[in-house]
Design a protein around this ligand. Structure first.
Ligand code: SF4
Length: 576
């Protein structure tokens, strides 16, 4: 029987309960959003005692289904003021499922200045003081925890940014090598963790076991079909495996949709220098591993090790969005510098998309010049030190735009846009505008069909067909996030019909259900409706489902297009 663990940071009590009826059938994002929507006052302070921070593995977690160990983190976002779910790879999700834990809900708030860590095993959950971890980055935090708890645990932690309650703070998860390189990055959930006085969670998998299956043979057969679909699709068996998400740099640049120097152009003249092909080449030259999984059971393996010039491990491969944020968006073309800033963000516990945008906006505001590597690193270091400038930057791109009087600030619901310009990939523009999460490419990744021609083809430069595309993808993504699957399984799902059938078959075999593909879609819609309802009660209206004005006013070279999808069409995305 799966349990929900509740940790009250106000009185330091811990309780376990069966999953209430209203949360049955939900996991991952579906569960975090349901708990937040039902239990959190939408008007509360995100960094106050009435917010909750929820950790939940997905419905397929703890099984041998490929790529099923993601963990969702949810709460009211300090960045957007709305509901937030951010999910991550690493080992924590799979371990929690194997311990029979459906969710950990962190409630209340510790006494000011106190810091704790939470130990979680099958039969024991315990809070203890974490004063020795105060002020440490994620890397030093994990090293200390390893000394105390050993090499078999999964760790969840915040760095200095979370302790400072900065709206760009992330929650870090350790990967298979106990490195804090995987992050629930978006929306400032690290600040919520910091506000609770919780520095780290230690997950001990020792007594864990595979999740129970009602129909073992049926599950095994469906899991095999699903793995076959992943291995058949070129994106998940070649592109991502060989070049990571970085494979997108040259593709998106060619499409004229790579936001450059704070969204002022769609092509970066030095894209090749920061491309996946270059990253792969230098990794092999330095004798690094260009392909591994961030969690057990990953068969796509989009991650790699970034080695320094002497061949020593330095960081994980920076993701495409990270390379873009620090690279083209700041006018920087140096992969070693980008890896340094990626590692610094992992260490301080910061969302790289928000930070790359914040510093690009600061560059536009005249704080530094575009292309100034030393300047960008200097600004990032200010955040770790907690200087006044650092705190402004760590408050995100929207805050920086206001502080320095910049008009071109690419945010929706105050969350910075990722690495695809919505004037040249209009489907993803619809997702940015309307997702309950704020601007988030993962919420409905229309780049698939707009640029990669996966799941069909919709012209990225024309307004026709984009609303329908984004709507379908947002529904599918909410279901994928609820199942705890890595989003990259969406590629085979879009092109190989049996992939989705296999997922539904696995859910049926695991839980003894008789769901259909329509039920899968209904699950995604239900999650979106829960999230929209929370945002509406938090004060969001249709006016918040819009892109910044400049995307309609300024033409984007080289295609010279603007975002021209009418507002009234945007307002139909959630008419289910
Ligand atoms: S494909 Fe990449 S992000 Fe997904 S689980 Fe594997 S390594 Fe992690």
């Amino acid at each position: 029987m799966f349990k929900i663990i509740r940790v009250n940071m106000s009185d330091l009590s811990i309780t376990a309960e069966d999953i209430p009826e209203s949360y049955q059938g939900l996991g991952g994002r579906g569960l975090t959003s349901a708990v937040v929507a039902k239990e959190v006052d939408p008007l509360c302070s995100p960094i106050g005692p009435n917010n909750k921070l929820v950790f939940a593995p997905g419905l397929l977690g703890g099984t041998n289904c490929a790529n099923s160990g993601r963990i969702s983190v949810g709460g009211k976002s300090p960045l957007t003021g709305g509901i937030k779910e951010a999910n991550s790879g690493g080992q924590a999700g799979g371990y929690l499922s194997r311990l029979g834990i459906a969710a950990i809900v962190i409630e209340g708030m510790a006494e000011e200045g106190k810091l704790y860590k939470l130990y979680v095993s099958k039969d024991k959950q315990e809070l203890s003081t974490a004063d020795d971890l105060k002020g440490l980055g994620n890397y030093a935090t994990v090293e200390k925890l390893k000394t105390s708890f050993g090499e078999k645990m999964a760790f969840v932690s915040i760095g200095q940014a979370g302790e400072m309650k900065l709206p760009a703070a992330s929650v870090a998860f350790t990967d298979r090598n106990q490195r804090p390189t995987r992050h629930a990055g978006r929306g400032g959930l690290g600040a919520v963790m910091g506000s609770k006085g919780l520095k780290a969670i230690v997950i001990d998998p020792a007594e864990g076991e595979s999740a129970p299956l009602v129909d073992k043979d049926g599950f095994k057969a469906a899991a095999k079909r699903f793995a076959t679909a992943i291995q058949k699709h070129p994106v998940t068996s070649e592109g991502l495996t060989n070049y990571g998400t970085e494979v997108l740099v040259n593709i998106v640049n060619e499409a004229g949709a790579l936001p450059t120097r704070n969204f002022s152009a769609g092509r970066f003249e030095h894209a090749e220098k920061v491309s996946g092909e270059t990253l792969n080449k230098i990794t092999l030259e330095r004798k690094g591993n260009p392909s591994h999984g961030c969690m057990a059971g990953c068969i796509i393996r989009c991650s790699g090790d970034f080695l320094d010039k002497d061949g020593n491990y330095f960081s994980k491969w920076p993701e495409y969005e990270t390379v873009w944020a620090w690279g083209p968006n700041c006018g920087i073309d140096d992969l070693d510098a980008i890896a340094r800033m990626d590692r610094a963000c992992d260490d301080f516990g910061l969302d790289t998309i928000e930070m790359g945008n914040a510093i690009a906006v600061a560059m536009e505001g005249g704080v530094k010049q575009f292309g100034d590597v030393a300047g960008a690193e200097e600004l990032l270091a200010e955040i770790g030190k907690g200087t006044p400038m650092g705190r402004i930057l760590g408050s995100g791109a929207g805050a920086v735009g206001k502080a320095f009087g910049v008009r071109r600030v690419a945010v929706v619901k105050n969350q910075a846009l990722p690495a695809y310009d919505p004037r040249a990939v209009k489907g993803v523009g619809v997702t940015y505008a309307t997702s309950p999460m704020g601007a988030d490419h993962t919420a409905g990744y229309a780049v698939t069909t707009n640029i990669l021609e996966v799941g069909g083809s919709v012209d990225p430069l024309k307004p026709e067909g984009q609303v329908r595309l984004s709507k379908d993808l947002q529904v599918a993504t909410a279901a994928i996030d609820t199942a705890g699957l890595c989003l990259f399984v969406a590629f085979p799902i879009l092109d190989i019909p049996d992939a989705l059938v296999a997922i539904v078959d696995m859910l049926n075999a695991k839980y003894g259900l008789s769901l259909t593909a329509d039920d899968w879609s209904a699950l995604g819609k239900k999650v979106l409706q829960i999230e929209r309802d929370f945002n509406s009660r938090a004060g969001f209206t249709a006016a918040d489902d819009r892109l910044p004005e400049f995307f309609r006013l300024e033409k984007l070279p080289p295609h010279d297009t603007v975002f021209d999808i009418p507002d009234k069409e945007l307002d139909t995305v959630f008419s289910f």
